[in-house]
Structure formats: C-alpha cells, structure tokens
Design a protein around this ligand. Structure first.
Ligand SMILES: Cc1ncc(COP(=O)(O)O)c(C=O)c1O
Length: 343
C-alpha cells in the first residue's frame, strides 16, 4: 500500500484501554460499574432486538425528551452520542479542526487530547495544582475550547460550581466543555453540576450512561449545550451512531432510579473501604469524588504486575499521564476481598 496517513497523525500516542482481569471482580482498571446494569435494562435490550432490522431513531427523540425534562432544558439543547467519546470527537471536528486551539488539564482525559490531535488542532495542557484543575491559569489561555473534567480523571478531584462559574465568566476560551462523566459519585452532584450554565448556553456539559448506569458496553452519552452548538454537531454527525438497543438501554436505566441509587450507595461505601485498604498498604491516596481512587505508587509497574499475577487489574498511571501512580476502580465486595488478599 502506498497511501500515507496525514502527517500530523504520526504524533498520536494511541489510547491504551485498561486490561480485564480473569474475573469480573478482579477488573479494576476501567471504572466500570461493579453492579452491572439494572434488570430493567436487560429486559429492554432483549425487547429491542425485535427492531433489529430497522435503523435506529437518528436523534434518540424519546431519550432526548426525557433528558430534557430531567435537566429542565429544551430538547434542542441535547445531543445523544455513541458514548460521550463520540461527542468529544464531534466537538473537535466542529471547533478544533485545521489549527483550532484547546486548553485542558495535564493530565487530560486522553480522548480530549487524541481528538484534538486527530483534527490537526493545537493543545495547551495546564498542570493540575494540588491534584485539581488550575482554573485560574487555564482561564488565561485564549483557546477555542476549554475542557474541564469534573470530577477529574484520573485524580478524582472536583472544582465547586462557584469556581466553575467564575471560570466560565473569566475564561478567554470561546466554549467551555465540562465533562461530568463521574459527577453522580460526588458528594453533592446537584450542587456542583454545571448544567445550569449549559441551560443558559454559557457552557457545554457532557454526561455518560457508562458509569453510574453501568452501560459502558452500550455506548450512550449526551451533550447539553446552547442550541446553536447542538445544531452544528447534528450537521456533521453520522446519523445512526446510537443503536436501537443502546437507546432502549439508556431509557430503561433512566427510569430505574432505584438501581442508580444502589450503585451510588455501593460506590461511596466501597470507595471509603478502598481508600482505607490502600492507605493501610502504605500508599498515599488522593481523596476521590469519583468511582475510582488514585494512589501514589513509586513502585507503579511492579505493583501493577504483582496485582495482575493475583487476578486484579488496575490502571497504571503512566498510561493516564501520571507516572508514579495507579488508579483503582471501586470494585464489588468480592473484588475488595481479592484486592485485600493481593495487597
Ligand atoms: C472523563 C471521561 N469522559 C468520558 C468518558 C467516556 O465515556 P463514554 O463511555 O460515554 O464514551 C470517560 C470514560 O472513562 C471518562 O473518564
């Protein structure tokens, strides 16, 4: 083959997904839900198979209208995507292609970084300060898009709404995107979400069904933003990117708040135990508001390999731009026992 990829693609370091362990309990590398999806989701997905021969609803209208009611925004302010990752790529295509400029934290969520590089955009990375976004420094960067991941991945830290509001007001960036993939695990999700800013069209908020709803394999996320932003992304998206089963799964998950609450309760309780366990094993940890805990581990690769041999996978910080750390997802009770024994 003689075809050559665009030259700037040579610079891209491919995304390295977390490894699965031999058992579900032992898999603590990808921030997946240890409780799985709700029973209602399994039934809805099975039912949706009857429509397998039809193309899916291109804009996921039923899901979009329920989300609009839930978040008190207009349905035209919502775009459903094939995971929030698809929406991040669409944002990059629309606002960062051919020399656009993005600002994000260092370390960034890898997809923010990769999507910017893919479209030939430029990225300014601002190191975390005390493990959290340095919003004051980020605000001074004159960019097209500013990415704030709140809670941050992989640090698990949050910036309160007041600070975000100040950032949105003072930032020199034209579009502030707040990625709230992990917000359901924070102490006060309702008090810290940037959705009120998105409702006013002052920011864009990304949400996913992959975490608290346990639908990572279904691929559903959504963006809440100014209707003009949504209209632009609608023009450039692939029309059928969110499958029928995925839409059915997301709707069923949304209508099962009992399961969502159970996952939150489990996560908060087991996060505290996970924190204690890591500390007792001699690791300093970063207090987390997400469904994972970041531990400082000077013995990173040795620790990752030792746990792997004992049936536990965790994410090496090097793969996430934070060498000398490991990120451990909050596991099931059995997973916690496995980790305790392995440590
Ligand atoms: C910060 C952040 N944003 C977005 C995502 C991706 O979500 P989705 O599965 O909806 O593509 C992740 C997944 O790990 C994440 O950590």
């Amino acid at each position: 083959m003689t075809v050559a990829a665009r030259p700037w693609l040579d610079q891209i370091e491919p995304y390295r997904p977390g490894r699965h362990a031999a058992t579900l309990e032992g898999s603590m590398a990808s921030n997946e839900s240890p409780l799985g999806a709700s029973g209602a989701v399994l039934e809805a997905v099975a039912r949706s198979a009857r429509s397998a021969h039809h193309y899916p609803d291109p804009l996921a209208d039923e899901l979009r209208s329920e989300l609009a009611v839930l978040h008190d925004v207009d349905a035209d302010q919502i775009l459903v995507g094939n995971g929030s990752d698809e929406l991040i790529y669409l944002l990059a295509l629309a606002y960062l292609a051919h020399g656009g400029h993005a600002v994000c934290a260092d370390p960034a969520y890898r997809i923010d970084e990769i999507s910017t590089q893919v479209v030939g955009g430029r990225l300014t990375k601002v190191p975390l300060k005390d493990w959290a976004h340095d919003l004051a420094t980020m605000a001074r960067v004159d960019a097209d898009v500013a990415y704030v991941v709140n809670p941050h991945n992989p640090a698990g830290t949050v910036r309160p709404l007041q600070e975000l509001e100040r950032f949105v007001t003072e930032s020199r960036s034209r579009l502030v995107v707040v990625d709230e993939a992990y917000i359901d695990f924070a102490d006060d999700p309702a008090g810290m979400t940037a959705l009120p800013l998105a409702a006013e069209g002052r920011a864009a908020v990304l949400r996913t069904f992959s975490k608290i709803h346990g639908l990572a394999g279904m691929r559903v996320g959504y963006l809440v933003a100014d209707a003009a932003v949504i209209a632009t992304l609608r023009k450039i998206r692939a029309p059928f990117s969110v499958g029928t089963a995925a839409q059915a799964a997301a709707l069923a998950a949304l209508r099962d708040p009992g399961h969502t609450q159970a996952v939150r309760n489990h996560t908060l309780r087991h996060r505290a135990e996970l924190t204690r366990l890591l500390q007792e094993a001699g690791y300093a940890i970063v207090p987390s508001q997400a469904n994972f805990v970041l531990a400082e581990a000077p013995d990173e690769s040795e620790l990752v390999e030792r746990l792997w041999r004992q049936g536990v996978t965790v994410r090496p910080g090097t793969a996430l731009g934070m060498p000398g750390t490991v990120r451990v997802s909050v596991p099931s009770s059995a997973g916690l026992d496995l980790l305790r024994a392995a440590l």
